[in-house]
Design a binder for this molecule. Sequence first.
Ligand code: IPM
Ligand code: MG
Length: 379
Amino acid sequence: MPSYEIAVIPGDGIGPEVIREALRALDALAPRFGFTARTKSYPFGAEHYLKTKEILPPGAFDDLGAAQALLLGAVGDPRVPHGPLEQGLLLAIRFRFDQYLNIRPARTWPKAPIPVNIPEEAEIDILVVRENTEDFYMNLGGVVQAGKARADIPIERGLYKGAAKVEVSLDPPAEGAFTLGLLTSPATLRVAHKAFALAEGRGERVLHCATKSNALPHLYGFWDRTVAEAAVSHPEVKLRPINVDNLAYQLSRSPQNYGLILCPNLFGDIVSDLAAGVTGGLGLAASANIGEGLSMFEPVHGSAPDIAGTGKANPLAAILSVSLMLGHLGEKDAALALEEAVGLYLNKSPRGLLPYELNGGAACSKVGDLVVQAVEGRL
Ligand code: IPM
Ligand code: MG
C-alpha cells in the first residue's frame, strides 16, 4: 500500500482551522483509496517567530524536504509587519525547493455566486499557470539615498547562482527605491512547456499568455519571445499573447472565454486573485507549487485574522488543495473523488449548510463534516 509522508504548516489566523478540515478529508480518503498518509506538523508562522525571533530554524528545509508533499495553511499576522514572514517562509520555501510551477484553478461551483453576468449555460474553467521563481520576485532591490544607490545582491535559485550589481545616480539627487525584474530562458521555457502540456491535457485549443511587453519590452519582450519558442513544439495549442491590463478587463467581463492562462510571477499573483474573484471566491481557490523535489499545496487565501476563531473560515480551498496534492502524488482517483465530494456537498446543501463565505451558516468544522460525509458516500 502506498504510504505518504506529508509535512504540514498550519500557519497563522484561519490557517490551522482550515488545515484541520483538509486533513480530515485526507484521512477519510486514505482507506477508501488504499493509501496511508502520515502527517507531521510544524509550528512555523507568526507565533513561532514572535516567540523565537526565527522564521525557519536551521534544519527546517532538511526536515521539510524529507516529506513527499507540504501542505500550508496561511501566513500573516497583524502583530508582525508585512514582509518578513511571507518572504522568510512562503517565498523561501518556493525558492529553496525550486517550485517553479504554480497552478491555480478557478472554476464555477454549484451555489457559489459569481459577480459577472455570463450566459446561462456557460461555465468558467480557468487554470492560471504562474512562473513561481523569477520576475520581480527575485528580490533584487534597494534604496536610493540622496540620488545614489550601489548594490551587489547575491542571486540564488535552483537553476543558477550569481549576483546583480546595480548603480543608480540621479541628478538632482532624490530619495527612491528600485527593484530589478529578472527572467531567464531556462526558467521561462520550463514553465511554458508545462503550461502547454497542461493545456493539451485539458483539450484547450488556445493558451493565453499574459504580458506587458508594450511598456516593459526588455523583461516581457523576452518572456514573449521565449514562450513563442516553446510554442513551436506544441502545434496543437495556439499561443495567444495578451497584455495583462487587457486580460484583467476581459476577465472581469467574460471570464468564460478563458482557459489556460500562463503568467510571469507578479502578473500571475494578480491574475489568480482576479480569476478567484470572478468564480467562487478565494474560499474555493486552491493552489499547487510544483518543483522536482518537494512540492507545496496551499489555499490562495491569506490568514484572514479578522475572522480567525469565529468559525467563519471556509475550508474548501484548503480541502481542494489536498485534492491537488493527491493528484500530484499519483492518487488521481482520490483527487477526483475529493473534488467531486466538494461539488456534491455544495450541490446538495441548503443555504444554511453552505460556508459563511457563500452566504450560508455552516461553521468551518461543519463544512469539513459534510465533505467527509460526501467522501464516505453518506451525504
Ligand atoms: C500568493 C501570495 C504571496 C505571493 C504573498 C503572500 C507573498 O499573495 O501566494 O499569491 O505574492 O506570491
Ligand atoms: Mg497572491
